[in-house]
Ligand binder design. Structure first.
Ligand SMILES: Cc1ncc(C[n+]2csc(CCOP(=O)(O)OP(=O)(O)O)c2C)c(N)n1
Ligand SMILES: [Mg+2]
Length: 395
């Protein structure tokens, strides 16, 4: 095809993400529910990050004084160190809140479907205000007291218009109780993160990465795995919107290298891919692509000799290894060297910090084989109780 004819055949998209203005009665209903709250909570989902209404979302949180929780890809919409973040008191606020504003977040399995123990359902129902672009998301799993349908930018600015000088901030008992729990949990966590053991545990290694990200808040963090995902999500603070990419709602392993490459190509920013060793294996050969295009990607492999733990025993009694166990002490760093990138073994937090800092400074494709104690992990998601054997015993 002739290139000019080709170009001329393209449609110029005038309004790719059209505003969808919420109905005024829906805005009023949402504000009325919110005004009746004694223990309100705002929950930011990745929809809130996609909407790119960062300033309005921040203003909503700060003007209303309501504590908030970010879902994993909404981290950094406000810096994770923000005073009003309740992330370090997550289980407390989910159980105790009486009105929850969902901003581009869905009550799916990541939020225990809005019911059960997580939400202290036995203490009575909570009221939900749900902002979403899609009306079909409303009332899935639990009834929504105040649905607010529209694009997030328009919905949030409509709410903001109602949060005026007569607005009263949430009761001090609520915010003080959260602050108290946050302080306690954060100081406990600080001690755990400072652990300097070798081989490293997840906390020691993630404590090192967390400090490097703090110094380079523009870096993009990619994350997949089981323990490697669960721990990194809560330990590595994010400071800027849309800098964290992970396996998302369905927890699909294998996205990491593709995400890292795409992020590096489109932003030219340093990319830190925090990868479980199993997770990495799903698309590990992309290190060749990273080297071919000389992308500023540093892959950090949390090498715990397998999935969850490297110490599992094959339950069938044959001499085959357990299905969750990998070849011990694998030399992942050599994979990167095979294509001309830099490979490093890190057995201490200091070695990890140093290698990561150097990777970011040079922008060279790097793979750090971070050696993690194979006994340090647990079965992911704390779903052991759902195992058929355990469930049968518990009956
Ligand atoms: C495509 C796909 N296949 C399988 C799974 C099941 N799965 C969940 S986590 C995981 C790997 C966990 O091991 P690893 O990445 O080494 O994490 P860690 O050892 O840190 O727990 C697997 C295979 C999945 N989520 N997606
Ligand atoms: Mg592993």
């Amino acid at each position: 095809m002739d290139a000019v004819a080709g170009r001329n055949s393209l449609v110029e998209v005038i309004d790719p993400a059209p505003r969808q203005i919420p109905a005024p009665d829906a805005v009023k209903r949402a504000l009325d529910v919110l005004k009746g709250a004694k223990r309100p909570l705002i929950l930011l989902g990745k929809g809130a990050a996609y909407a790119q209404a960062d300033a309005d979302i921040r203003t909503l949180i700060e003007k209303s004084g309501i504590p908030y929780l970010p879902m994993s890809m909404a981290k950094g919409l406000l810096p994770d160190t923000h005073m009003q973040s309740a992330a370090a008191a997550r289980s407390y606020v989910l159980a105790e809140a009486d009105v929850v504003v969902l901003v581009g977040a869905r009550l799916n399995w990541l939020l225990s479907h809005g019911k059960g123990k997580t939400w202290a359902q036995d203490k009575g129902a909570k009221q939900f205000i749900q902002i979403d672009i899609s009306p079909t998301e409303i009332d899935s799993n639990v009834p929504i007291a105040a649905p607010l349908i529209g694009d997030i930018g328009s919905c949030v600015s409509a709410l903001l218009a109602g949060i005026d000088s007569r607005w009263s901030k949430p009761p001090a008992e609520w915010t003080a109780a959260i602050a108290e729990r946050k302080d306690k949990n954060l100081s406990k966590m600080a001690a755990t993160l400072a652990q300097d053991v070798s081989p490293m545990n997840f906390h020691g290694a993630l404590g090192a990465i967390r400090d490097v990200v703090k110094a380079r808040p523009d870096a993009i963090v990619v994350n997949e795995g089981a323990n490697t995902l669960d721990f990194a999500r809560s330990i590595v603070d994010m400071y800027e919107p849309r800098k964290r990419l992970d396996c998302g709602t369905w927890g699909i392993m294998g996205i990491g290298m593709g995400f890292a490459i795409a992020a590096a190509v489109t932003t030219n920013k340093p990319v830190i891919a925090i990868e479980g060793d199993s997770a990495f294996g799903f698309s590990g050969m992309e290190v060749e692509t990273i080297c071919r295009y000389q992308l500023p990607v540093c892959v950090v492999i949390f090498n715990n000799n397998g999935i969850y733990k490297g110490t599992d025993v094959n339950p069938t009694g044959t001499k085959d290894p357990a299905p969750t166990v990998f070849v011990k002490n694998s030399r992942y760093e050599l994979l990167m060297e095979a294509f001309g990138g830099k490979g490093v073994v890190a057995t201490t937090p200091q070695e990890l910090t140093h290698a990561l800092q150097e990777a970011i400074a040079t922008g060279k494709p790097t793979l750090i084989n971070a050696v993690i104690d194979e006994t340090a992990g647990t079965e992911s998601g704390r779903i052991t109780s759902l195992n058929p054997q355990k469930a049968a015993i518990n009956k």
